[in-house]
Ligand binder design. Structure first.
Ligand SMILES: [Zn+2]
Length: 400
């Protein structure tokens, strides 16, 4: 098959035919991206996104597209490509992260992409190099076709999504955009709502003593045990709070540590908590409710201190109104392609909530399933990648 078939109506109506006919530039680009180790430096300090970003930069340069780097942290930059639209004052941003999770325990070769049974295997295949490749090809192929989109299109390859989100936080500084489409594996379903998250550490401080005279001390572990039970009781009401698209908030004590040795009454014990928020919940309000609960616990347990450390992570929930332009245009495109046009919710976080927090209506939409993300044999269905290419390109053309 000649490459020119990509993006034609024939391809759009029957992606599987085109997919059998050849390894397209799309699939080759995905394989190239997988070959480059871009493990988030938080998981592997020996690596960063620098090499993959220089690949993305060259990709756009050789296709004569306007492209630039946006420095995020030393040695780490977002790459942004731009295709002007007929209306210069309206812009839609297509964003995918270029970093991946680590590769510990993988049972396939992480950086040697293999195609088997219509699937591409490798680290980052579905999270989210498939989405990144589809966005890159969608915009470069659109430019090549000579058609001008109605709005200006940006494609952003962002750093750092897998840990603390520095890439999107930099991107959104002074960003003017009418909409954003963020790629994460959603099996090409349109996601308008996702859960948020707060995480923090709480410390109970008691008083040390020799274990032969425990009455002279205050056991921090025993008090923490009571506090954990209280937190669990308080969490039971969370099930009653139900969001139609993402379900209920959740609460999990994920880490606990206390004491120094068996014959000493422990003077300290800490836990780390992960609390998932549903749209409508405000992180600061949720945290202040817990602070209040700790205050009450301390008051009823003399001899201890309860310290709530400054928040370790705050990620707001995503809720994009279904009547906004990006939702209606995307629904239309999905419908035209015979795909499910309904809006959905997911429990996982993404860069979309950060863009939405600065007033940019954002959706999550991408190839592959979240069930394969971060797994020991990560893969993406090639048909999904091809669908993503067509959906993204159509959306780039018609968004206004
Ligand atoms: Zn991801």
């Amino acid at each position: 098959m000649s490459r020119s078939l990509i993006g034609t109506e024939a391809f759009a109506r029957s992606p599987s035919v085109a997919n059998i006919m050849a390894h397209t530039e799309l699939i080759d680009t995905l394989a190239d991206l997988i070959r480059i180790n871009s493990i988030n430096p938080a998981f592997d300090p020996a690596h960063s996104e620098a090499e993959v970003q220089s690949f993305v930069l060259d990709f756009f340069k050789t296709r004569e597209m306007e492209v630039w780097e946006q420095l995020v942290l030393p040695g780490r930059a977002n790459v942004i490509a731009r295709l002007p639209g007929r209306n210069p004052s309206r812009r839609i941003v297509f964003e995918a992260h270029c970093d991946t999770s680590g590769v510990g325990g993988m049972v396939i070769s992480p950086f040697d992409p293999q195609i088997k049974n219509g699937r591409m295997y490798g680290r980052g295949a579905c999270d989210v190099k498939a989405g990144l490749a589809a966005m890159m090809l969608a915009v470069s192929d659109l430019k090549k076709s000579g058609q001008q989109p109605l709005s200006e299109v940006w494609v952003v390859s962002a750093v750092g999504e897998e840990h603390s989100f520095p890439g999107v936080l930099k991107l959104r500084e002074n960003l003017q955009a009418a909409a954003a489409v963020v790629s994460e594996p959603t099996e090409m379903k349109m996601i308008v709502a996702s859960k948020g998250c707060v995480r923090w550490r709480t410390i109970v401080q008691g008083k040390a003593a020799h274990s032969s005279t425990p009455h002279l001390g205050t056991n921090a572990i025993e008090h923490m045990a009571r506090l954990v039970c209280l937190l669990q009781e308080q969490s039971s009401h969370l099930e009653r709070l139900k969001h139609p698209l993402v379900g209920s908030p959740t609460f999990n004590v994920g880490l606990i540590q206390g004491g120094t040795q068996v014959n000493i009454v422990p003077d300290s014990c800490w836990i780390e908590v992960d609390r998932r928020l549903v749209p409508g919940e405000e992180p600061e309000k949720v945290l202040s409710d817990y602070r209040e609960l700790f205050r009450g616990f301390r008051a009823s347990h003399p001899g201890i201190e309860v310290v709530m450390e400054p928040r370790a992570l705050v990620d707001r929930p995503l809720e994009t109104p279904v009547d906004c332009a990006v939702v209606s245009h995307t629904a239309q495109v999905l419908k035209e392609m015979g795909l499910d046009p309904r809006p959905y919710g997911v429990p996982f976080g993404s860069d979309a909530s950060k863009l939405s927090a600065v007033g940019i209506p954002s959706i999550i939409l991408g190839p592959g399933s979240i069930e394969q993300a971060h797994t020991v044999d990560e893969f993406v269905e090639i048909e999904q990648v091809e669908k993503a290419f067509v959906v993204y390109q159509r959306l780039m053309k018609v968004f206004e």
